[in-house]
Write a protein that binds this ligand. Structure first.
Ligand code: ADP
Ligand code: MG
Length: 258
């Protein structure tokens, strides 16, 4: 799976949310989109998973034009995991996971034994099999996200689009969710709010600011004190953690200078 986005433009009415954005994700990479609130991360992802239609530009998956592909074919190629509260409806856990099978089926096809097995395995993979019959809305935030990842697994796609998937989750779930996804060995494009999480899990980063990509590279190249100040306007102290081998960022409150 390789994604190539070129010169992507998108506006909501008069306001330009993406002003000619280009980036790529190679097979097997974990790529992070970072940037301040409102910089266009979700808009970029929505254009890729076809929640929005680009005004201009091209999006290719494995060299194929995504914008002329049937919706069903594009749905087979990518699994989407949004924020924890993105599923408003009242379903059992196993029903939500079974929705991952939808792009594989024809209209009105019922779930067969094969589908049921896949759903069961997906839940098992995330340690959620005992919750199959529970009401989704009664789960905790971290459990809900595990169900949505199980749905993505049931879809059997090897490309995941994540939009701040651990927002509102406490630190143990944040690590657990990213660890699960990392272990799947799939290709990932994820908007990530937390720069330390981006540093821990991403191979490469793109920084969006006001609808443009202003920086890109490895977390080490991108997450410097100078860049963080230029993009977010905050002072920080960036060090390399001896255990993870990754950069680690401490933000400095007013009055603390390096
Ligand atoms: P991010 O995900 O980086 O926080 P978004 O892609 O959600 O940013 O938003 C980019 C810009 O587009 C922001 O200025 C935001 O206010 C605007 N925007 C997002 N969604 C809509 C919408 N549905 N209608 C109008 N403007 C929107
Ligand atoms: Mg967003």
């Amino acid at each position: 799976m390789r994604l190539k986005v070129e010169n992507l433009h998108y506006s909501y009415g008069e306001s330009d949310a993406l002003k000619g954005v280009s980036f790529f994700v190679n097979e097997g990479e974990f790529v992070g989109l970072i940037g301040p609130n409102g910089s266009g991360k979700s808009t970029a992802l929505k254009n890729i998973y076809r929640g929005l239609r680009p005004d201009k530009g091209s999006i290719e998956i494995d060299g194929e034009n995504l914008l002329t592909m049937s919706y069903k074919n594009s749905a087979l190629k990518m699994a989407v995991v949004g924020q924890e509260n993105d599923v408003p409806f009242d379903f059992m856990v196993e029903e939500i996971v079974a929705m991952g099978r939808t792009p594989h089926k024809k209209l009105f096809d019922l779930d067969d034994e094969h589908d049921k097995e896949i759903v069961h395995h997906a839940l098992e993979h995330l340690g959620m099999e005992s919750m199959a019959k529970k009401n989704y809305l009664h789960l905790s935030g971290g459990e809900k996200q595990r169900v949505i990842i199980a749905r993505a697994i049931a879809q059997e796609s090897d490309f995941y689009i994540l939009d701040e998937p651990t927002n509102h989750l406490d630190i143990s779930y944040q690590l657990q969710i990213f660890d699960f996804i990392k272990r799947l060995n799939v290709t990932v494009l994820s908007a990530i709010h937390d720069l330390n999480m981006a540093a821990l899990y991403c191979d490469r980063l793109y920084v969006l600011k006001k609808g443009e990509i202003v920086l890109s590279g490895s977390p080490e190249e991108v997450l410097t004190e100078e860049n963080i100040y230029n993009v977010y306007g905050v002072n920080s102290s960036v060090t390399k953690n001896a255990l993870t081998g990754k950069v680690s960022i401490s933000f400095l409150p007013a009055g603390v200078n390096k």
